[in-house]
Design a binder for this molecule. Structure first.
Ligand SMILES: [Zn+2]
Length: 260
């Protein structure tokens, strides 16, 4: 399996990262994709990638890291993309819109999101989109784009209509993680209806820990609880969920350039 969204470079793992990696491997998770957040944790991410070759970095400015200084941060992303070899990053992410903490920087978030979509298009990379309580402005930005984009709406929280909408913007899939194990009839219904070919597995570790570990620190090891729940919802074998979602992740992020 591939955990397509995992903050394994987070300080939450500094004390026992080796042990987490070993458990993850034993649980059948072979590759971890690490989303970028901002320049502040870039070094930690790249150090983790250097030490653990099965952990692949992305580069991007997270919407909750957007403030008055967003231009400087987007320049940082642009500079890394242009300075480092072409296969360094598997995606531009995580980028997008978040109004959970208010709308103070809504316009700045839109500008940063648009600028990074342009970078992804320029470098022909998939995008990892974070959209929390913000589908309307997210779609407003995407409306200005051609359909050449591809990527994932990570920790997808939208409706079936939102899913149909994101398919209009290019080859977009939904990222499904621990939230699907919560008592949440709405997401269960969406996952049941969305074809398995449009689903990617993710943990968003250390956040969004699935039941029965909800509330504790998350890790890729627990991806199997997500798989189990998807299998149950779709009334198929867990092995099929693992196989198809892994193929989906390879097609999206390896794309002939990375050797997963
Ligand atoms: Zn994340």
């Amino acid at each position: 399996m591939i955990d397509t969204h995992c903050h394994i470079y987070d300080p939450a793992y500094d004390a026992d990262r080796d042990a987490v990696m070993e458990r993850t491997r034993q649980a059948g998770v072979r590759i971890l994709l690490m989303p970028g957040v901002d320049s502040g944790n870039y070094a930690a991410m790249m150090n983790t990638a250097a030490k653990y070759p099965h952990c692949y970095p992305m580069i991007g400015l997270h919407p909750t890291s957007v403030d008055k200084n967003w231009k400087q941060e987007v320049d940082f992303v642009a500079e890394k993309l242009s300075a480092l070899p072409a296969k360094t990053f598997v995606a531009v992410g995580e980028i997008g819109m978040d109004s959970h903490y208010g709308n103070d920087f809504l316009e700045e978030q839109k500008a940063a999101f648009a600028a990074q979509l342009a970078l992804a298009e320029h470098y022909n990379l998939p995008v990892v989109i974070h959209s929390r309580e913000a589908f309307v402005p997210t779609f407003e930005v995407l409306d200005n784009y051609s359909r050449s984009l591809r990527g994932v709406f990570h920790a997808f929280s939208g409706t079936l209509d939102d899913y149909h909408q994101i398919r209009q913007y290019g080859d977009f899939k939904i990222g499904v993680g621990g939230v699907v194990t919560f008592k949440n009839a709405h997401l269960a219904e969406v996952v049941r209806a969305v074809p398995l070919h449009d689903i990617l597995l993710e943990t968003d570790a250390p956040y969004l820990t699935p039941v029965p570990f909800r509330g504790k620190r998350n890790e890729s090891t627990y991806l199997n609880y997500v798989v189990q729940k998807i299998a149950e919802l779709k009334n198929i074998f867990a092995a099929e969920v693992q196989k198809i979602t892994t193929e989906n992740a390879i097609a999206m992020f390896a794309d002939g350039s990375h050797q997963f």
